[in-house]
Design a protein around this ligand. Structure first.
Ligand code: F0G
Length: 465
């Protein structure tokens, strides 16, 4: 049974914790913000955190840890090899996710690097339910090519499909007939698809995909960075799951896959860390050997013992129904305010943030003048709220032609850190976006003045046109 403690499904999602320590934030004037965003080349990644009031850049590594996690940090066993904390982490992964072997990594992309290197050969194709920036880059660096097999609805901000993270099996089938199953080392399935707006994949779709890939002998690797949020949506939206706990649903999702990469900086409630988890012993041996080259010994993978302890406890806290209900409840609170005001956002409201649809927000701007990049800068200028571009800048260039990828989705992500901000902060964020929306006709676009080679959105610079 889903445990709801003292709460009732029809009552508020109020946080199942109280505040014990606070961190003061900085308020700035418009003139200070104007100077800061210019200095940052109109890229919110290049702002100093001290110049930010409410930081919705990302939900990655920005969670508030619990008193238990902090207590766990004091129990760090900082041995080079075989730290107690590693075994706690291994136990938590086995218990809640069900994967057999686990290797810690410094963060998600560390796991993606190792996985891509052991599984991908040059010329391979890696189908996935929409790309993620670092995941696709590691696939490409290993000589592979990403193939998008998410359903079409995922590319349409206004479509209200309840499971926009679903795979379109006919797209996968077409890829197999074109290149052959032998050139597909695995299918990469993300739960709560980030680039689609935090949209879940359904259990029914996972099962159908599993049956289909087994027929072709293709394994499934799970990007489980936001698996708890996905499980919550399954509980709320999918027939037959209402009375199952989020923990049970997570375990079932994982059981339909052969291994996973995870950035523990999101759902797992830590500020740093990741894991590579795998069921096959031979692959595990390869991975645990390679991790020594890039991350550290296979019982610490670039982390301190204390980090692994915080992660083990964070995993346990992250799968509790009360926690995840409040987490998604807060995101929905902000999203619903936007919808009521007629502000265009991605629907349905996702698990980790509210995504502004910059194409409809600033319809007078062509994609070539970076509407989402522009909008993120404008929201910052208005209030000091920091968000992030998820559009043409994030999509980067095509591997073979070097041309810009032109994604359908041109979004600004207001990402909500876990257990950090209050409902009043959400009100301030809404008021700021609403005020930019009122003045939207005055907004001009940007031009790119510096473009780095890899993952350009992190470090590119822009100027006003
Ligand atoms: N996979 C997904 C779905 C992610 O969202 C991220 C990170 C990663 C992998 C890589 O993990 O950052 O620990 O190396 N997403 C962050 C974000 C950066 O802001 O969405 P990492």
């Amino acid at each position: 049974m889903a445990q709801l403690g003292n709460s009732d499904r029809h009552r508020s999602w109020a946080e199942p914790y109280k505040i014990k320590m606070v961190e003061l934030v900085h308020m700035t004037t418009r003139a200070e913000r104007e100077a800061a965003i210019r200095k940052a080349g109109f890229n919110t990644f290049l702002l100093k955190s001290k110049d930010v009031y409410i930081d919705l850049l990302t939900d990655s590594g920005t969670s508030a840890m619990s008193d238990r996690q902090w207590a766990g940090m004091m129990m760090g066993d900082e041995a080079y090899a075989g730290s107690e904390n590693f075994y706690h982490l291994e136990k938590a992964v086995r218990k809640y996710y069900g994967y057999k072997y686990v290797i810690p990594t410094h963060q998600g992309r560390g796991a993606e690097n190792i996985l891509s290197k052991i599984l991908i050969k040059p010329g391979d194709f890696i189908p996935g339910n929409m790309y993620f920036t670092t995941t696709r880059l590691h696939q490409e660096l290993a000589g592979g090519t990403f193939a998008d097999i998410v359903i079409d609805e995922a590319h349409d901000a206004e479509n209200e499909h309840p499971f926009k993270g679903n795979v379109d099996l006919s797209k996968l089938e077409a890829l197999i007939s074109k290149v052959g199953a032998k050139r597909i080392p695995y299918v990469c399935i993300a739960t709560a698809v980030n680039m689609a707006g935090g949209q879940p994949i359904s259990m029914a779709n996972m099962k159908a995909l599993r049956a289909f890939t087994q027929k072709h002998g293709i394994p499934i690797i799970h990007d489980m960075t936001r698996v708890a949020e996905n499980a919550y949506f399954i509980q709320q939206r999918e027939k037959g799951y209402r009375s199952k706990s989020v923990a049970e649903i997570i375990k079932e999702i994982c059981s339909l896959t052969d291994g996973a990469t995870m950035s523990a900086k999101k759902d797992a409630l830590v500020n740093i860390g990741g894991i590579l988890a795998i069921n096959n012993k031979k692959l595990y041996e390869k991975a645990s050997n390679l991790v020594v080259v890039y991350e550290g010994l296979h019982t610490y993978g670039g982390l301190a013992g204390r980090d692994m302890e915080a992660m083990a406890i964070g995993i346990t806290e992250s799968v509790q129904d009360d926690h995840i209900r409040a987490r998604v409840g807060q995101v929905e609170y902000l999203g619903n305010k936007m919808l009521e005001a007629g502000i265009p956002i991605v629907k349905p409201i996702g698990g980790h943030g509210v995504f502004l649809d910059a194409k409809r927000f600033l319809p007078h701007l062509q994609q070539s003048v970076f509407p989402a990049q522009t909008l993120a800068a404008e929201v910052y200028l208005d209030s000091g709220v920091r968000s992030m571009e998820r559009g043409i800048v994030s999509a980067g260039r095509q591997k073979d032609t070097g041309k810009d990828n032109k994604p359908e989705l041109e979004l600004v992500r207001l990402t909500i850190p876990r257990r950090v901000y209050t409902q009043a902060h959400m009100d301030v964020v809404f008021e700021s976006v609403a005020s930019v929306y009122e003045d939207r006709k005055k907004v001009r676009g940007l031009k790119m003045t510096y473009e780095p080679k890899y993952l350009r959105f992190f470090q590119a610079r822009f100027a006003r046109i």
